[in-house]
Write a protein that binds this ligand. Sequence first.
Ligand code: SF4
Ligand code: SF4
Length: 351
Amino acid sequence: MITKSRNEMSFERLKYYRHLGGGALECIASRLSKTPKPLCFSLMVTSKCNCNCDFCFWKHKKENEDMSTDEIVRLLTEAGQIGYLDSILWGGEPLLRQDFDQICKASHDAGLYTKIATNGWFLETNPDFAKYTDLMFVSLDAIGKAHDDIRHLPGICDKVMSGIEYHKVHSPKMRIYVCCTVSAKTEFEQIKEVAQYCKEADILLYFTVNKSNQTLEEAQNVKETELEASQLSEIFVKIKDLKKQGYPIRNSYYFMDYIIAKKNYYECHWPRIATVIYSNGEMLRCYDREPFISVKNRPLKEVIKDPLFIETVNKCKDCKLACVGNYALDASGLWKLEWPAIKSLMEIAIT
Ligand code: SF4
Ligand code: SF4
């Protein structure tokens, strides 16, 4: 008997297309204006975490006070009203918040395509978020003890795998991605095991590459786990090959070819596309992670019209850091209407 893949086209997935198509149109509209009209609402809901990963960007920012449920619900509701298309809710570990289901509900009710990123430890003990979540990223960098060691949390690999099985049964409409960090902590063979696991579990896989802000003292831990450009290139040649062989890898060819070619600069437009808010309500300039404006006790609509916000995000195109750790590269290619980026993202959309 042929079993239907949970990733096959369905009515529910049309929302994903609306999200991608809307994103492209918003990018074009925003390009024509000097006033940024961001479409992705990225919210760190807590800085606290039960892991202690060597490559954590946020290791040194865990003591801030997180925003209240009411404050977060207000922000998400406003984000929907302003016209943001999607949200990504992350941490720290977001499932440490016992109100996380309410937060996801607020995002869902605001009409945002709701994504979350989790280390997977609490997937079965705090599962209700999934009723309101369209897509979840779960971290898994290797299989078994190797992953536990990277995350400094014994047993987390087993929790991730049983949590994924739980949500495959109980949350059939939620898209499930494994997010695998490529760093000096893993060999290609371990990465391949993760790809094999995703294929067999019928879930999707996204590779992220940690790249530190070179001017930051506090990012030394990230720097120490970074691979050299030539090592990354070698690994991504093999990852690209796995994708061609049919492993469920969702990184775009645009992204992979950039890394394979060992490029180290692109004009970044990410802050014009995504608004990133830290757990205490401050927006951080992404290139030095310094707070520059706060959304706490202030309407979001007012904040994104503030000249300081507009000036700060418009400066991003001069940033030389060339992050490849998130969707900044793909989104910037789309922003510039570069055909390889459009083609690559279209391929992801239809597969
Ligand atoms: S799971 Fe994420 S937030 Fe937590 S320590 Fe690891 S990288 Fe940092
Ligand atoms: S490259 Fe883009 S995402 Fe990275 S720090 Fe610079 S502006 Fe921000």
